[in-house]
Design a protein around this ligand. Sequence first.
Ligand code: TXA
Ligand code: MG
Length: 342
Amino acid sequence: MDPVNLPRVLATHTPALFRAAVVEAASQLRAGEIVAVPTETVYGLAADARNPVAVAKIYAAKGRPVHNPVIVHVADGDLARACVASWPVTAERLARAFWPGPLTLVLPKAADIPELVTAGGPTVGVRWPRHPFMQALITECGFPLAAPSANAANQLSPTTAGHVQRSLGASVPLIVDAGPCAVGLESTVVDLTVEPPRILRPGMVTAAALHAVLGALSTDHLAEAAGPRRSPGQLPRHYAPRARLLVHRWTDSADLLAWLNARRLTAATTHVLAHTHLPSPEGWAGVSLVPCDPEAFARALYAELHRVDVLGVDAIVVEGVPEEAEWAAIADRLRRAAIEVG
Ligand code: TXA
Ligand code: MG
């Protein structure tokens, strides 16, 4: 890559650097530019949500299809309510319980949210992120920030500034680096325009937690996801690394090897991500132990997939996770075993 086209990367690890990065990022955003920013879930590619010309730059940089709407980020309740045409009691309850945090509420859009943000639809996804940089940035800007995950369409979401740089490279002029994301998986998306509210994308704010606050909740999405697994070719390509990603449960190394060999894969070109049944390391391209706790697993998963993917293995085998509510978002991302179109 031509060094003059490399993005500028701003560090934030001292109060002075943090403040300087807020000021510089806000100035770029005010000028209608895009900036890659940290959130607690994954890194986002931000633009002024009220400015369709700026939002168009997000789509161009990602190669994102324009039929996929973008989430709008806010830093207080007033700004959230300014983005929507109505604020039902369900929104108030969820906002009080989970904001700031990894939860996106889909609501009827306000008139001044451009069609490009909502992909021409009548609703907008709104989220108040917990990350201190995003909060400081939105407050400094005074306007909401449209931001999808900061990866090229059909690639894995980024959880470090380095991932953003590798995926988007020269198409993003500025990246704010705040280290690895604490949650590590994209936000839960809940549609509040239907009755009962419906989970569109599971996340680390679980169905059980939402249900406890709302009383009624449709988990159609989760029920469908838990059904019989379709063949890999039929799965929507979402969240995937370049290597073939397989999910399997095994008893020991020999069992895993036999299963892989039946798929014409060899240990030497396969990396294993295990959380309970760690195979003996000999013969594999690599073996990683990921934490056996859903929150820690979520934090580690994309980082590990990014790390392994650049090593150039043919396949990554991830040990199947427990079929429990706390693991639903992780199981969802693994099941798709592919990159999100967006
Ligand atoms: O955690 C996150 O949500 C991250 C960070 C950056 O906030 N963002 C993120 O954005 O994952 P993105 O664009 O990669 O995924 C947004 C998801 C997509 O599946 C999109 O279709 C859905 O949210 N979405 C956004 N607005 C919507 C709307 N109005 N109606 C239905 N779905 C919507
Ligand atoms: Mg995405």
